[in-house]
Write a protein that binds this ligand. Structure first.
Ligand code: ADP
Length: 312
């Protein structure tokens, strides 16, 4: 078994740019993770549906340039990628508007099971967004497939990434997310999302619920606060990198997941993997946008690596 497959949706992003212009890019939680995984040297494959339009062509070109395999991407003649626009409000907060109801990715697993070649991957990564955008029948197909995949020794990694607008009802969001979370060999969760999904207000309640699932490996991200790692029911707290100038936290969690999974793929401990995840996220949040240009990313990562070395 070889490599990691990420399953989900990539969208067209229009972000604020100088002189009231918008900058066009491509982004999506699992897409971002796939790109940062490949940059970490992990053989990575992205699984989605795209259209046959020029943006879909550009997304495929970006993936290829980033060394992410695209052979499992299907193209829908009558659909296109979804779109979102970021707007900076006068109070400094960012606002997101989405056009994704008819996106090509919504058709993932709508008429067929996941490709059997995925069974050869060492790990499959997906998120709460990947399961929110597909039909209930497609979810069933995916869940059955992932159960079989695990029985054959494959590992599932899952980030609950709760986005309320994608779900018809909170009860469905909770039940579906929990069902997929219980399949996870590695759960990479954000405290904030978990609390929003379950209406919880204190960390002890959230951690007690998460521990009750007896997940093999659980990571809880808490922004600038230390991340929590639970393995074999033993909890450890791992500091994340200090970042003095945070420019844009878009894709912080996605890049953290990439750094974490890459380190685990390469055989490092969960604690070391958190440090690697935190380093990737710290590099990403010092720049604008989800996918930081490669040279900027490498420069920031290298600076963080030197800092860590000097500290130890
Ligand atoms: P998400 O982006 O999914 O909301 P978090 O906000 O918890 O997730 O961030 C994910 C990771 O990104 C954190 O565990 C941490 O490593 C890093 N990170 C996020 N915000 C900061 C920050 N202000 N300073 C340093 N690291 C951060």
């Amino acid at each position: 078994m070889y490599g990691i497959a990420a399953i989900g949706e990539v969208m067209i992003e229009l972000a604020p740019a100088p002189q009231n212009l918008k900058r066009l890019a491509y982004a999506g939680d699992t897409y971002n993770t796939a790109i940062y995984l490949a940059r970490a040297g992990v053989p990575t494959c992205y699984v989605t549906h795209l259209g046959q339009d020029s943006h879909s062509d550009a997304i495929l070109a970006e993936l290829s340039q980033e060394q992410v395999a695209t052979n499992l991407i299907k193209r829908e003649p009558k659909r296109q990628p979804g779109l979102y626009i970021i707007h900076n409000r006068p109070d400094g907060e960012r606002e997101f508007a989405y056009w994704r109801d008819q996106s090509a990715a919504r058709l993932l697993f709508s008429s067929s099971n996941p490709d059997p070649s995925l069974l050869d991957m060492q790990m499959i990564y997906l998120s709460g967004i990947s399961i929110a955008i597909i039909s209930p029948e497609a979810r069933e197909r995916l869940h059955t497939f992932l159960s079989q995949y695990r029985q054959r020794g494959g590992k599932v990694a899952f980030d609950s990434n709760f986005r309320p607008k994608l779900w018809p009802h909170i009860n469905i969001a909770q039940a579906t997310t929990e069902k997929f979370l219980r399949l996870a060999d590695i759960a990479l969760l954000t405290l904030e999302d978990e609390q929003a999904l379950w209406g919880e207000h204190d960390q002890d309640t959230t951690m007690a619920r998460l521990l009750s699932y007896s997940l093999p490996e659980l990571v809880v991200k808490r922004g600038a606060e230390p991340a929590l790692v639970v393995r074999d029911q033993t909890l450890s707290t791992v500091e994340v990198c200090k970042v003095t100038t945070v420019i844009d936290t878009t894709a912080a969690g996605d890049s953290f997941n990439a750094g974490y999974l890459a380190a685990r793929y390469q055989g490092f401990t969960p604690e070391r993997a958190v440090r690697q995840g935190a380093r990737c996220a710290a590099a990403v949040i010092q720049h604008r946008g989800a996918i930081v240009p490669l040279t900027d990313y490498q420069t920031s990562l290298a600076a963080l690596a030197i800092d860590t070395h000097n500290e130890s």
